[in-house]
Ligand binder design. Structure first.
Ligand code: NCD
Length: 357
């Protein structure tokens, strides 16, 4: 059964094809109004969400399908201790496809292993957020006219910002991409992105502490919120929360055709006065998220008609290393085996959350 857990589950050709479908939906919405008639999407949101959950729901409704689900963990049996795997098996009885957001890293992966319908990762802890990346790709394609030969600045919380991780994984596979990583030292990218993606693929990148210094060279600026809910101590959050604020003055340093993205919600990272700048693309980006989720639902439901058995991936798994990430799904679900695999860089990483073990 085909699912979307990491953006790396899709080839570049598949990403390009989703973008083409989304553009076709924008051009000919009437051709899609009943494409998912009698199909149900389940939205399992164990964490707050406005855009992701509601754009998934709007996407399914605009395809003629219907939606079931919950928007907080407290209204599901997870609050009684039901496991992710059992929840996924149950939802497989009631829906045709499901989208899961969970504070635990690796939870949608565990669900996909247990489910008999496609599972979409709608954000797992500070790990991945592949459908936000789909929105980002369509936005960059529409705003810049290309996905190649771009200098992309990522600014803010690069450590816990799951949208950043998935976006780097996706953009690294297009040619001529360069990243400028703008963050405080404490919020730099995790090792599974720098080692497994940037270093492995020889992608040029520059680490920078100053937004002003980075701005003049950027084609795309991706602003992010400092992820308060992922911090262990509030004091560090308070110290870092206003590290970067994009305002009208700073926008003067940017190229005339740069575009500004933000997965939203914003807290204080972008002054509302920037919203009137034609380069501010973040509200268009939120709309693009609905079109890409429509394209994704169509693709996964189509593939589910002829499910291909996934290749066995446990060949290089080892079971003698304990994951130390307190936010990993394996820390609360007792029946999950502690499993790690060896990466090409010679590092063992947890199969659920990718932390080095
Ligand atoms: C992001 C998320 O939830 O990871 N928002 C989103 O899905 N559009 C970013 C964030 O919460 O800061």
């Amino acid at each position: 059964m085909r699912s979307l857990i990491s953006i790396l589950d899709f080839s570049v050709e598949e990403l390009d094809s989703l973008i083409s479908t989304a553009k076709d939906i924008i051009a000919h919405p009437d051709a899609y109004w009943d494409r998912c008639a009698h199909k149900k999407l389940a939205t399992l949101f164990f964490e707050p969400s406005t855009r992701t959950r509601l754009s998934f729901e709007a996407a399914m409704l605009e395809l003629g399908g219907s939606v079931i689900g919950f928007s907080q963990a407290s209204s599901s049996s997870a609050s009684k201790g039901e496991s992710m795997a059992d929840t996924a098996k149950i939802l497989s009885c009631y829906a045709d496809i499901m989208a899961i957001r969970h504070p635990r890293e690796g939870a949608p992966y565990v669900a996909a292993k247990a489910a008999s319908i496609p599972v979409i990762n709608a954000g797992d802890g500070g790990h991945n957020h592949p459908t936000q990346t789909l929105a980002d790709l369509l936005t960059i394609s529409r705003e810049m006219g290309r996905l190649q030969d771009l200098t992309i600045g990522l600014c803010g919380d690069l450590k816990y910002g799951r949208t950043v991780h998935s976006l780097i994984e996706a953009m690294s596979r297009y040619t001529g991409i360069r990243f400028v990583l703008i963050s405080p030292e404490e919020l730099e990218l995790p090792g599974y992105i720098t080692e497994n993606v940037l270093d492995k693929e020889n992608i040029p990148y520059q680490v920078c502490r100053s937004l002003e210094e980075a701005l003049p060279q950027l084609d795309v600026l991706y602003m992010t919120r400092i992820q308060q809910e992922r911090f262990d101590d509030l004091e560090t959050y308070e110290r870092l929360k206003n590290s970067y604020v994009l305002n009208v003055e700073k926008m003067k340093l940017a190229k005339q055709n740069m575009c500004v993205l933000h997965p939203l919600p914003r807290v204080n990272e972008i002054s509302v006065l920037v919203d009137d700048d034609p380069r501010a693309a973040y509200f268009r980006q939120a709309l693009n998220g609905k079109y890409m989720r429509m394209a994704l639902i169509l693709k996964l439901l189509e593939e589910a008609k002829n499910p291909v058995k996934a290749a066995e991936t446990k060949d290089n798994w080892v079971y003698d290393r304990i994951c130390t990430n307190p936010k990993c799904i394996c820390k609360i679900e007792q029946e999950l085996p502690q499993a790690a695999k060896l990466t090409e860089q010679g590092v063992y990483r947890c199969v659920y959350c990718e932390q080095e073990v």
